[in-house]
Structure formats: structure tokens, C-alpha cells
Design a protein around this ligand. Sequence first.
Ligand code: PAF
Length: 278
Amino acid sequence: MVLIENIERLKEVLFRVKSNGKSISLVPTMGALHQGHLSLIEKARHESQVVVVTIFVNPTQFNNSEDLAKYPRTLEQDLELISEYTDIVFAPSVEEMFPTPPAEKYNFGSLEKVMEGASRPGHFNGVGIIVKRFFDLIKPDKAYFGEKDFQQLAIIKDLVKQNNIEITIVPCPTVREENGLAMSSRNQRLTKEQRDIASQVYQILLQSQKMNTESIQEICTFVKSEIAKMEDIQLDYFQIVDDTTLEEVENFDNHPGVVGCVAFFIGNVRLIDNIRYH
Ligand code: PAF
């Protein structure tokens, strides 16, 4: 595994890889890596000849400076975790990626107006900026994204479509801790007790999945009222949406895919999760 911190060196190494006709997979991350990331990297390992992992805490996607400052940074540990499965780690500085403030403006239409987009203004433009720059730089055949960030996945697919990028986006299932909590770098900021409490939100989602009803309203009411009973959890949103348009659905008819998405705070840590109904 080679660790690269500057763009020129990355270009040199990738030029050699491409001259040898090797297939490249990209796993973009912000570091603080866990088993969820590892599952993406392992999948990439099986499906391509060269695996590139980016580790970059992207300031343009944070709309809260405290959240950016507190985002865990654990490069040494990260490198140890992934060394067996990764060929190239690209971990640039902010100055390397953004020598001047980035000015790109993406329009993801209604996809960016709901849920995370509504709660975190500018977040998806920041994600679009960095992911497009990595795609342009690395030109991978495939890129891997976790389904935990369900809306991000929809945004990335749209970015690829809008810009006619030749790439296969590979969605990867959410990996969970034993208690059901979706793995997230932010979990590192929780105590053991908070992790257990946060995992109960997923248990509520599971119960809602098993409800014997076709009424979206009933499911929404159930989830929101159960979460409202939890003293340590502040619900940001729970929405049941079409899995392609991300528009809220009123019934299951005419929607081949329907997903419930939740965002909540435990202490000052904000977590997201989702569950598929259809
Ligand atoms: O999902 C993430 O970790 C980030 O949003 C991504 C895709 C690496 C872009 O910074």
C-alpha cells in the first residue's frame, strides 16, 4: 500500500496503473474508518485490480464549524485497518485539494431540497464538489458508497448522470454494530451507553417495518411517537420517501421502492439511518 499526499504524485502513480490496463476502484472516505468502510474496501478488492481509498475530511460539506472541528481524525489507525486490501491511499491536505476556495455550484434539484439537504444547507454541494474532483483525478471504473447515506447515494448517481461520467456506482449495504446501530465515524464520539440508546432507534425502525399496515401515516406516527418517548434522543426528521425521487410518499402504490429515513441527535452528535419498506 502506498500513501500519497499530493496530486502530482497521484497522477504519476495512476498513469502507470492505467498504462498497464488495470481496472481501478475508488472508495472515497473521510477517515475514522470502521468495519462499514472495510466492507466497501473488501468489495472493491474483489471487483477490481487496483483499489484507491481517499481519506479527506472535506470542509466544503460541513455547514457547522464545530462538527468539522470535532470530526475524528485517526490516520495512523486507518492505514493499519485497510493496508491488507488497499493499493493506494490518497490523503491530501485541504490546501492540496483546495488551493483556492472552490466555486463549483451543482444543482441536484428536488433531491437536495429534502432531509439532509434541508437540515444541512450546502452539504450536498460540498459532497458534489469533492466527489467530482476525485472522479476527475482518479478516473475510477467503479466507486463504492454506503447505503447508510441513502440521500448521498442518490445525489452521487445524479452527479454521474448530469456530467456523463463513465463510472459504475456500487451501493453497499449498511454495516451495523451488534446492537443494530449503523456504523458511522461519528459513533466514536458516543459513550457506550449512548451507543446503546442510539441503537434503539434502529429497533423502532425494525418494528415499523413489521407493522401490519399499508398506511404510511400510521408508520410515520408510530416511529415519531416512539422516538419522542426517548429522553436522550432529539428527532430531526423521519420521512418515508420514494427511493429514486426522494419525494415523500403518501401510500405504497406506484412506488416500487420506499425507504424510511431518520436523522436524530444524541447529545450533540447527529446520526442518520434508514430502513426499506418495499
Ligand atoms: O460519505 C462520506 O464519507 C463523504 O460524504 C464522502 C463521500 C467521502 C465525500 O467527502
